[in-house]
Design a protein around this ligand. Structure first.
Ligand SMILES: Cc1ncc(COP(=O)(O)O)c(C=O)c1O
Length: 357
């Protein structure tokens, strides 16, 4: 298997460690571990390795599915990887809506033929007809990330249902990466609740600020879950014991409070960042969640030049839009700013970018 380098992760690897302010994290600020009981008892594998039945059952309820239709994973990243490995083979075809998190097209690309269907600028709207045109008889999978990284665009329910019909009419699955779903005030129904061809992947990383737990899942038809589980025996075997222990506390009791807390935090930071963007004459697309895709200010030769200047001169990490360029689509005119961090750090980071500008 030959897979292209993950541009955004490579960028972070180069700059994140030594920088002062991380203004490119895509999720909400991290919660401290002492908010939870962190003693899971013995540190054996999670048994059964697909996840404890009660945890799978709680997750499944959100999708109107049963515990057997959920597989617990090491983050959304593993859930997506397992779905691609188990559903795609050489000779198949996948359609991926772009721009998006690189693994959603790079991993399928390492297995089979992939057609990328770009969102329509400037509003980043989902073009369901263009997806329908891209679908072929051998298309096994359509992939969409909603709300979208990097644009912060939330595709509405009618568009998502129309997309589901396009996939289902072709006997193909629709995979919705919904890792940002609960950062919307009014989330759209998840893809896995839409019917037999719907698969949802998600985690506790972004909406709760628990990325280090590495706890995610895949929900969908039982045959998809079983096929993914066969691959999982070769990747991580079981999810993390700590991850599941804390996930149970989040999912069983505290999820509403933790989510409200996170949403209030994002609302406050959204206003601050929108004001900052307006002050610099940058169009504000009113994103859902805490990622915004802004135009590179005048005077820079594209997104890498701008982001490199900001990190080298001001110690602030931004994400170059060019990291999302793919298959002839260039996003070099944009940069992604993550405003989910603690509010004082956000203010500090924005002030430092001010100095550069
Ligand atoms: C769309 C998308 N999917 C998956 C991931 C990975 O998330 P997790 O921490 O749940 O593995 C990210 C992280 O940025 C993402 O943006």
């Amino acid at each position: 298997m030959d897979v292209e380098p993950f541009e955004l992760e490579r960028w972070f690897a180069e700059y994140e460690h030594d920088a002062d302010v991380m203004l490119a994290e895509s999720g909400v600020r991290s919660l401290p571990a002492d908010r939870f009981d962190t003693d899971p008892g013995d540190l054996g594998y999670v048994i059964p390795t697909a996840g404890a039945p009660d945890v799978r059952g709680t997750i499944a309820a959100d999708y109107g599915r049963s515990a057997d239709e959920v597989l617990c994973t090491v983050g959304t990243q593993e859930a997506n990887f397992l779905a691609f490995q188990s559903l795609l083979s050489p000779g198949d075809h996948a359609v991926v809506v772009t721009p998006t998190y690189q693994s959603l097209h790079a991993v399928p690309d390492s297995i089979c033929d992939v057609t990328r269907v770009p969102l329509d600028e400037p509003g980043w709207t989902l073009d369901v007809d263009a997806v329908a045109e891209a679908v072929r008889p051998e298309t096994e999978l359509v992939v969409v990330n909603n709300p979208n990284n990097p644009t912060g665009r939330k595709h509405p329910e009618d568009a998502m249902r129309a997309l589901y019909e396009v996939a289902a009419d072709n006997d193909a699955y629709l995979l919705g990466d919904e890792v940002y779903r609960l950062l919307a005030e009014d989330p759209v129904p998840p893809v896995a609740s839409m019917g037999e061809y719907g698969i949802s992947t998600a985690s506790l990383s972004k909406a709760y600020g628990l990325a280090g737990l590495r706890f995610g899942w895949l929900a969908g038809p039982e045959e998809v879950v079983s096929a993914a589980e066969r691959w999982k025996d070769y990747t991580t075997i079981s999810p993390s014991k700590f991850g599941q222990h804390v996930a149970r506390q989040v999912l069983d009791g505290e999820s509403d409070d933790l989510r409200s807390e996170a949403l209030a935090h994002v609302r406050e930071n959204h206003e601050i960042t929108a004001g900052w963007a307006r002050d610099h004459g940058l169009d504000w697309p009113d994103p859902v969640g805490c990622n915004v895709f802004l135009r590179v200010p005048d005077g820079f030769e594209g997104s890498r030049d701008f982001c490199r200047t900001v990190v080298e001169d001001a110690g602030v990490v931004l994400a170059p839009g060019d990291c999302f360029s793919t298959g002839g689509e260039s996003y070099d005119g944009y940069f992604r700013l993550g405003f989910g961090l603690p509010t004082d750090e956000l203010r500090e980071g924005l002030a430092r970018v001010d100095d550069v500008l």
